[in-house]
Ligand binder design. Structure first.
Ligand SMILES: Cc1cc2nc3c(=O)[nH]c(=O)nc-3n(C[C@H](O)[C@H](O)[C@H](O)COP(=O)(O)OP(=O)(O)OC[C@H]3O[C@@H](n4cnc5c(N)ncnc54)[C@H](O)[C@@H]3O)c2cc1C
Length: 399
């Protein structure tokens, strides 16, 4: 749904990559998944056949030199080469641009099924011997306690075993040797842990000790804990779920956890080397470097996260690089082209270029769009309204 709006906006702007993605799509419910081989071949072909593009296959590091006269878009992604990292550090006066990410997926609280989920901290939530069931329920249903506690998802034996079976067979992203070494020393992906034996998770991150399921007043067979991830308490991460599963696989397998069957994953788990600049002070909302306007950045290196988000940033950077080029040639009407923050394209550009002490990579999600003036409780209805507003703003830019 979130990336759905962004895709629709890009379709309207005639994005070549989205067009090819549509042509090469494979069935994946509402999500847009492509046949990677065919998609890549078609993209390569389209670039090779464009007579205005000259392709040079080599590592580029002499950015400053090129940017003296020319206009550069740096879109070298999460694995930007070391040589270029050094140059970017110099251009941006920033020391540390890359680090190892190990994050668990995040879901919205609203999308958790509370017929199954319950609040409580380990050992606090458990029914004490001297308590009657009524006393126990009264104690753990206390609002204050709920606010300060984990959300817990109990599993029975069958649910746990089915989940483990899918988890160990799910598709993972291939890591580079240097990533394996640096990451696995710190923490192990959940799917690797699950492969060690059927009970490993039950004695590890999914251990049920210290909890009783309010529906049965008994200890569940296994239990997943969710920890609050934002100040407002709207987002929760899956504790211990650092993973290398492909994003689509995370949605499929983690939605098998009882209580997460309709979960809205606003961020997927990652374990990889990442590289991004502090766009929040370095870039404007056209992805242009403030200190050297001949340089643009695009893709994951700007702090947007995800395929479609990278396409979106590339499109905005490219449109504005072309404006800049026309300006150099003496054309008229070469002002910067920005997108309203009420569109997902504009909201992402605004997010990455707004000062933020805790700047973190971001995917497209309705939370970065400005709030509606009217309060709409129904999530579907609210997103529909936000999407309509966004698309009508976009029409204005196009016309
Ligand atoms: C392990 C992993 C799994 C992911 N899985 C998903 C997923 O399933 N779904 C999703 O939406 N997003 C996923 N993401 C995020 C997604 O990969 C990125 O958001 C997106 O591919 C980034 O696109 P990009 O164009 O910025 O960089 P890339 O696609 O990485 O392209 C950058 C290119 O620049 C090249 N390059 C680097 N340095 C230089 C240099 N000095 N000179 C010349 N070329 C250079 C690189 O070799 C690379 O080919 C994943 C990311 C990672 C790291």
């Amino acid at each position: 749904m979130h990336a759905g709006l962004l895709k629709e906006e890009l379709r309207k702007l005639d994005s070549l990559l989205i067009k090819i993605a549509d042509e090469t799509k494979v069935p994946a419910g509402q999500a847009l998944a492509v046949d990677r081989e065919v998609f890549s071949k078609k993209v390569t072909k389209a670039i090779e056949e464009n007579s205005l593009i000259e392709i040079i296959h080599k590592e580029v590091t002499n950015i400053e030199e090129i940017a003296k006269e020319g206009i550069v878009i740096i879109a070298t992604g999460p694995l930007t080469s070391d040589g270029l990292i050094k140059k970017i550090q110099k251009i941006t006066s920033q020391d540390k641009l890359y680090f190892y990410d190990a994050a668990a997926p995040i879901v919205t609280k609203n999308s958790i099924n509370f017929d199954i989920a319950f609040y409580g901290n380990r050992y606090d939530q458990e029914k004490k011997k001297e308590e009657s069931i009524e006393e126990w329920k009264k104690r753990v249903n206390n609002d204050k306690l709920q606010e300060q506690s984990y959300i817990n998802l109990p599993m029975n034996k069958e649910e746990y075993e089915n989940f483990c079976k899918e988890l160990v067979n799910a598709q993972v992203v291939t890591l580079h040797e240097f990533e394996k070494k640096e990451i696995f020393e710190g923490c192990m992906p959940i799917e690797v842990m699950a492969k060690r034996g059927l009970d490993t998770l039950r004695f590890g991150p999914l251990k049920p000790v210290g909890f009783d399921d309010p529906r049965t007043a008994k200890r569940p067979y296994a239990l997943v804990q969710l920890r609050q991830d934002d100040k407002q308490g709207a987002l929760y991460n899956l504790v211990g779920f650092q993973t290398n599963l492909k994003f689509g696989e995370q949605k499929r397998v983690f939605s098998m956890i009882p209580g997460l069957e309709n979960a809205d994953f606003i961020k997927y788990g990652v374990m990889h080397r990442n590289t991004y600049i502090n766009s929040s002070v370095l870039l404007d909302e056209t992805y242009n470097l403030k200190s050297n306007t001949n340089i643009f950045f695009a893709g994951q290196i700007t702090g947007v996260e995800g395929y479609v988000e990278s396409i979106s940033s590339g499109l905005v950077a490219a449109i504005n690089a072309s404006q800049k080029f026309k300006q150099k040639l003496g054309f008229k009407d070469t002002n910067k082209i920005t997108f309203s923050e009420k569109t997902m394209i504009g909201a992402l550009a605004k997010y990455i270029s707004t000062e933020n002490k805790h700047f973190q990579p971001m995917n497209a999600n309705f939370g970065i769009l400005p709030e509606l003036e009217e309060k709409i409780k129904d999530k579907k209805e609210k997103y529909k309204k936000l999407s309509n507003i966004s698309l009508s703003y976009l029409e204005k830019v196009i016309n």
